[in-house]
Design a protein around this ligand. Structure first.
Ligand SMILES: C[S@@+](CC[C@H](N)C(=O)[O-])C[C@H]1O[C@@H](n2cnc3c(N)ncnc32)[C@H](O)[C@@H]1O
Length: 220
């Protein structure tokens, strides 16, 4: 099943408008399609790039890096800053190795450090502050409390004015289900969505692009 919850024809139209991507992004898209890699795709990749570029992001963190596709989009923006850097977390050892290889192919190794391990342990060891955090593990969490736990750990790591971007917040439209009947992982995302909208330190919006993207700005 495709992740996108919006009109598939519109999603395809938006993708068709994208100019060809340079290698290694284009190679990753092709190989990713063949092997079913999880990656955000060109439209969301460009979205992340635009957000980081227009906000002048210097320090960014990605939680759930897989093979490094979104990381390369972010790094394309970060290298515009003389000290721009991306820190990443990935628990799957094979993906961790692939991410390092692909980022090296893109020529960004000197701006990239990746931690192999579980997000919860790794986040507790990071000090930040970050201008942008890309949280891309919501559909991989183990229980309904973990999405809120991730939010609680991410907000203090954001610089004031920093942005938290969370992917898959519409969870294949499953967030429309009655909470009492939804699967634990969906309940966790439903709670996460309410929390970002009412969080005292955040102002937030959810965009129905692909599987739903939340953008939260830390205001204090
Ligand atoms: C949706 S994929 C990330 C895709 C990537 N952001 C991209 O677009 O190129 C989510 C990744 O999170 C990783 N992941 C899942 N649970 C994790 C955990 N507990 N700690 C760290 N990484 C985890 C998975 O191995 C997977 O590679």
């Amino acid at each position: 099943m495709r992740d996108d919850i919006t009109n598939a024809a519109i999603e395809d139209y938006l993708a068709s408008l994208m100019p060809p991507r340079p290698a290694p992004l284009s190679d990753m898209e092709r190989i990713g399609r063949e092997h079913g890699w999880p990656l955000v795709g060109a439209v969301e990749g460009q979205f992340l790039y635009m957000l980081a570029r227009t906000s002048g992001v210097r320090d960014a963190l990605e939680i759930g890096t897989a093979t490094g596709y979104a990381a390369i989009w972010l790094l394309r923006a970060l290298v515009q800053h003389p000290d721009g850097r991306l820190t990443a977390i990935e628990k799957d050892p094979a993906r961790y190795t692939r991410a390092r290889e692909w980022v090296a192919k893109a020529g960004y190794s000197d701006r990239f450090s990746i931690h192999e391990g579980d997000w919860f342990r790794e986040l507790n060891n990071l000090r930040g502050p970050y201008d942008l955090i890309f949280l891309d593990i919501l559909r991989h969490l183990n229980d309904e409390n973990e999405a809120l736990k991730a939010l609680q750990l991410c907000v203090p790591l954001l610089r004031r004015g920093g942005i938290l971007v969370a992917d898959n917040v519409l969870c294949n439209a499953l967030v429309l289900e009655d909470e009492t009947e939804a699967a634990p992982i969906v309940r966790g995302i439903q709670e996460f969505n309410r929390a970002i909208m009412h969080h005292i330190d955040l102002e937030s919006v959810i965009l129905p692009i692909r599987d739903g993207i939340a953008i939260c700005r830390r205001r204090t």
